[in-house]
Design a protein around this ligand. Structure first.
Ligand code: TXA
Ligand code: MG
Length: 312
């Protein structure tokens, strides 16, 4: 069997490099691109072979569906059978931005994108490079986060390089991600919307904006079939993560490590994954994260911290 090792490069996302990315994508070659949440590894949504490569490159379990990135509401409607009124309201309120909505999948979308599920997860990113890339390609991009499966999501082009060097041909560098954790995922498949993954657009912000309650999956077992990705150990560095809960706001929230070079750091959504990667690069055996009350009330951050600390 012929095996080609692609020559890969990180390129600052100039219009020329975006054109190069479009060329590669059109040929069925996945490309890494920036979004405002984390970097994505994209393939044209209708190119089933290219989408298959994404699963291979990441080592992603084949039952974990991908998010499809659009540059217009019109494109989203072409991917789904029916969009409830709530879809249009949420899109008007939060798109482009870090909100992913799960709808019923149109048969025009290859099954592999949704890992065989009858639903499809869609979001419109707000990073200008992501939007330009999708517009120039002329079709949506199916894209998971651009990390090896199980590693923390990449928030800088160099993080994607760390995981995927030799496996992809082009990384478009759009700078450090503005948000740093993955999008909020909400299912609109039933009358009551269900929050599948907390993110920087909070449950409370959405409920207030739409004047409607959003349900939470009752337990992890329920979440697994709803959002398969949630059952895997995610966002996890090699270091052992120890969470310490404290009630003293003034004490702050720090990442500490026995490694002298890592020292104490302020914990935030934007830098969490980069810090976890740094801990691994320094070979820190353990990272202790102090969670003060404001961290504890941040559902998105606690969700990622608990996954990073989980041994499963
Ligand atoms: O911010 C983000 O969402 C980033 C950037 C690249 O857009 N993407 C991202 O993709 O985090 P990924 O593949 O790492 O996470 C997608 C999550 C998984 O938990 C997956 O199970 C869930 O979305 N998901 C995808 N399609 C779904 C569907 N049809 N029904 C329920 N959950 C779905
Ligand atoms: Mg991911």
């Amino acid at each position: 069997m012929l095996s080609l090792v692609p020559i890969m490069s990180i390129r600052f996302a100039t219009p020329d490099q975006i054109d190069r990315a479009v060329q590669l994508l059109s040929q069925g070659t996945p490309v890494v691109f920036p979004t405002e949440t984390v970097y994505g590894l994209g393939a044209p949504v209708c190119h089933a072979e290219a989408v298959k490569k994404i699963f291979q490159i990441k080592g992603r379990p084949s039952d974990n569906p991908l998010i499809v990135h659009v540059s217009s509401v019109q494109e989203a409607l072409q991917l789904s059978i029916e969009a409830p009124p709530l879809f249009f309201r949420l899109a008007a309120l939060f798109w482009p931005g870090p909100l992913t909505m799960v709808l019923l999948r149109s048969e025009a979308v290859p099954e592999i994108v949704s890992a065989g599920q009858s639903s499809i997860a869609i979001r419109m990113p707000r990073h200008p490079v992501a939007l330009q890339l999708i517009e120039k390609l002329g079709q949506p991009l199916a894209a998971p986060s651009a990390n090896l499966s199980g590693r923390p999501s990449p928030t800088r082009a160099s993080d994607a390089w760390e995981d995927l060097q030799g496996k992809v041909e082009l990384i478009l560098d759009g700078g450090e991600c503005e948000i740093g954790i993955e999008s909020t995922v909400i299912s609109l498949l039933h009358e009551t919307p269900v929050l599948l993954r907390p993110g920087s657009i909070t449950q409370e912000a959405m409920e207030k904006a739409i004047g409607q309650k959003i349900a939470l999956p009752t337990n992890q077992k329920d979440t697994a079939p709803l959002s398969p990705g949630m059952k895997y150990r995610h966002y996890a560095p090699n270091a052992h993560i120890r969470l310490v809960f404290n009630e003293n706001q003034a004490f702050g929230s720090f990442i500490l490590s026995p490694h002298p070079k890592l020292g104490e750091r302020l914990l935030s959504e934007k830098t969490l994954y980069a810090e976890l990667r740094e801990a691994d690069r320094l070979g820190a055996p353990e990272v202790t994260i102090y969670c003060n009350p404001s961290i504890q009330s941040n559902a998105a951050l606690m969700n990622r911290l608990q996954k990073a600390a989980s041994k499963e």
